[in-house]
Write a protein that binds this ligand. Structure first.
Ligand SMILES: [Zn+2]
Length: 659
């Protein structure tokens, strides 16, 4: 392409600038359907994806390939929290299994707590602590020192590189020992922090970075905005806290008899038996001793031991002020024995949070677990916990655990509970890369949240709230496409949130309208179930919907994921021609979509559809001929709001009543 002007220039010099075109026939015009609209070109997979297909780890039908692999780790963590100083000391041994076909000479470790270090790179302001102090690193028992060449470890912000004393071969495993300490940041720290009386402890231990078949080491740093990509692992965790403090965590408590008083254990057993909410720890029960919340411990501390298998993280919260409510939720048949299974639901909150509806939180949590289990697939774990934490938790998800902070009313509490609990499916089970593709978990979660809200609050249209929020930003021309790493959106603007949450949710609504309710539900569940406990890329989602829907939806992905084109279908004119009603539909926007029309004749409504192919061939207008013009009383484009039309004022035509 760039060569052409040079050739023309040379030809001009040879033939004489002004005259040379006269000696040649005028070039034939380049055929083009219409220069005035973009035609979405196909979605091309990345080279990494093509390579993965060639190696059999991915497929073009959206299933994991026969050679799909991912890494695995086993963590044993012991930590102590001293609330009076907010200090956390931890030590872990990690066995890291190299299931990849590659020999690894270095491993990378996330030190997300270093977001709060004075020198860390960040895209948002946070309270500054000292970050995470690394006290010891050993590989296969050999202590390593901090150095940037040879075997040793090197810390850069939220990442640590460990150069191993020997290579880690495929099918071999690495044993790491790491000790660390940090000060828990105050309330104001994103997704975690402490107010002094409640602690949310997250991003708190050195965690193996993801090494996958597409990227190798995914070591985009944690900068505060974009979220996480985490590998699956088993955890055994011992948490030492003062006696009388309650801990809500990922996983199952394995030493209840050591930690919890007989009274607390009896009430938990009661909660497991029935469907009513049991107040396991009430105000007067708080503290340690007989008829109190916990047992007393040596030196005034007790150690809570948790186990969690095949989860992508382990997190916890603690408070001496927590009340504890519990019940069970029926999640459907999880193990294919044709009997309904249940999960225990726990909520922890301070008494003052009753004014924010937290006395309803266990009932709400049971409802949302049950709804999502039937809408998607059964909740897989033995327990689910929602805890009331620092305001800066806002609403945050961890495996089997959510932290919710700040003032709420009943609508807002239900809304945030259903959203954060929906994350137990995406990304906790379907482990996509949140840092690069936030829409792949947040957008699906926003959509699932809307389904939960609409089921519980009849007549409440949560999908409309997302659509309106997306359209409001689209009208300002400040929109940024979805396919962009989460930290690369203009900070301090709604662009990231709209793209990742509300536009993506609206895309799912549109996809449901394109595929029909059943086709959509089947493809959606298939995508999720194919990738449970795995790492799907965007192409795995696209390919699953393409193959399940039986058609290439490239035009749809290109339009709504890679571009900021907007949709504006309009009724251009309605006239009578040769005894018929000629209805001209104009596609005034840049986003091509099928046109769904309702034609009303008195009390009768007919449906018509103009296929998207009309626009994909370059047209800007299409005329529909309707019989019996006098009977037509109204015509409307997309009366169900299936698609996010940016200007609805031109969507409806009403016959003028005869005078
Ligand atoms: Zn979310």
């Amino acid at each position: 392409m760039r060569i052409l002007p040079v050739v023309v220039l040379l030809a001009g010099i040879v033939a004489g600038c002004a005259r040379w075109p006269l000696h040649r026939a005028a070039p034939a015009p380049v055929p083009t359907a219409s220069p005035s609209r973009p035609i979405p070109y196909p979605v091309f997979e990345t080279r990494a994806f093509t390579r993965a297909v060639e190696r059999g780890t991915r497929t073009r039908t959206g299933e994991p390939g026969p050679n799909y692999w991912q890494q695995f780790a086993r963590y044993r963590i012991d930590a102590e929290l001293v609330p009076t100083t907010s200090l956390l000391n931890g030590r872990e041994t990690v066995r890291y299994f190299n299931r990849s076909p590659d020999t690894l000479r270095t491993v990378w470790i996330y030190l997300n707590q270093n977001l709060f270090a004075p020198t860390a790179a960040r895209v948002e302001s946070v309270p500054v602590t000292g970050g995470m102090e690394i006290l010891r690193v050993a590989a296969w028992g050999q202590a390593l020192s901090k150095r940037d060449t040879g075997a040793g470890y090197w810390v850069n912000g939220t990442l640590m590189r460990v150069s191993l004393p020997r290579a880690l071969s495929p099918r071999d495993s690495l044993d790491l020992d790491i000790a660390w300490a940090f000060q828990v940041p105050p309330d104001g720290a994103p997704r975690e922090g402490t107010t002094g009386d409640v602690f949310m402890i997250a991003y708190w231990y050195p965690q193996l970075a993801v090494y996958d078949d597409l990227t190798g080491w995914q070591i985009d740093p944690y900068l505060g905005s974009a979220e996480f990509y985490m590998g699956y692992a088993d955890y055994e965790v011992g948490l030492t806290v003062p006696q009388g403090w309650l801990v809500g965590a990922t996983g199952e408590l394995t030493n209840a008899a050591d930690v919890l008083s007989r009274q607390t254990r009896d009430r938990l057993a009661e909660a497991r038996r029935g469907a009513s909410v049991v107040h396991v720890v009430r105000e007067q029960d708080r503290g340690a001793g007989a008829n109190k919340a916990t047992n007393t411990g040596f030196d005034g501390v007790v150690t809570w031991r948790f186990r969690a298998n095949n989860v992508r993280d382990f997190d916890w919260g603690a408070s001496s002020k927590f009340l504890w409510d519990a019940t069970i939720a029926v999640v459907g048949d999880r193990d294919a024995d044709h009997k309904p299974d249940t999960t225990v639901v726990n909520t922890f909150y301070r008494p003052e949070a009753r004014r924010w509806a937290w006395d309803k939180s266990a009932e709400y949590e049971r409802n949302v677990v049950e709804f999502l289990s039937s809408y998607l697939w059964p909740y897989p774990w033995q327990q689910m916990t929602a805890l009331e934490g620092p305001v800066s938790c806002s609403g945050m998800e961890y495996p089997m655990l959510t932290c919710i902070g700040g003032p709420r009313d009943t609508l807002s509490l239900y809304s945030v509970q259903v959203h954060e609990t929906a994350h137990m499916w995406f990304p906790m089970q379907v482990g996509s890369d949140e840092r690069r593709y936030a829409w792949q978990d947040e957008g699906l979660t926003r959509f699932n949240q809307a389904q939960g809200m609409q089921a519980y609050f009849k007549g409440y249209d949560r999908e409309r709230i997302s659509r309106d929020a997306y359209l409001a930003l689209a009208r300002t021309d400040s929109e940024v496409p979805l396919m962009r790493p989460g930290d690369q959106y203009p900070p301090g603007t709604p662009a990231y949130g709209i793209a990742s949450y509300d536009k993506m949710s609206t895309n799912m609504s549109a996809l449901r309208a394109l595929l029909g309710n059943e086709g959509f539900a089947s493809a959606y569940r298939t995508y999720g179930l194919r990738w449970v406990d795995k790492h799907p890329s965007p192409y795995d989602l696209f390919n699953t919907f393409n193959s399940m829907g039986g058609r290439d939806l490239s035009w749809f992905w290109r339009t709504w994921w890679y571009e900021t084109w907007t949709l504006d279908q309009a009724i251009g004119s309605v006239t009578t021609v040769n005894g018929k009603l000629a209805v001209t539909i104009e596609d005034r926007g840049l986003a091509p979509m099928p046109v769904r029309l309702s034609v009303t004749r008195g009390s009768r409504v007919e449906r018509r559809e103009i296929p998207v192919d009309v626009w994909l061939q370059g047209a800007r207008r299409y005329t529909l001929m309707l019989d019996d013009p006098a009977a037509v009383t109204a015509i409307e484009i997309d009366p169900e709001n299936a698609f996010p039309d940016i200007d609805r004022s031109n969507n409806r035509w009403v016959a003028r009543p005869e005078k």
